[in-house]
Design a protein. Structure first.
Length: 92
């Protein structure tokens, strides 16, 4: 017979946005928005850093520590025409 997967379920998230915002005194702060994909929609968590690259490092490190694995760049479900990093982990 044909084996149809191992029965595991997955959950997914994307790095939805990366941008910089002014924090006053001519300084800027990096922000990463992670979207956890749910049946009910997107649950957004913002991660701040000294710069966009610092925030990106923090976001990816936090995802890895929480068991998320990068699976590649795919078209964003939120922003047509843009590819974003997707992550997955076994559903909890």
């Amino acid at each position: 017979g044909v084996k149809r997967g191992d029965g595991r379920r997955w959950e997914y998230c994307i790095v939805a946005k990366a941008y910089e915002v002014s924090s006053g005194d001519n300084k800027s702060m990096g922000v990463i928005e992670i979207c956890y994909l749910r049946n009910s929609g997107c649950r957004v968590v913002k991660i701040n850093g000294h710069s966009k690259s610092d925030a990106t490092v923090k976001a990816i490190s936090r995802l890895g520590a929480a068991g998320w694995e990068a699976v590649g760049l795919f078209p964003s479900p939120l922003d047509e025409g843009r590819d974003v990093p997707f992550f997955k982990r076994p559903a909890r």
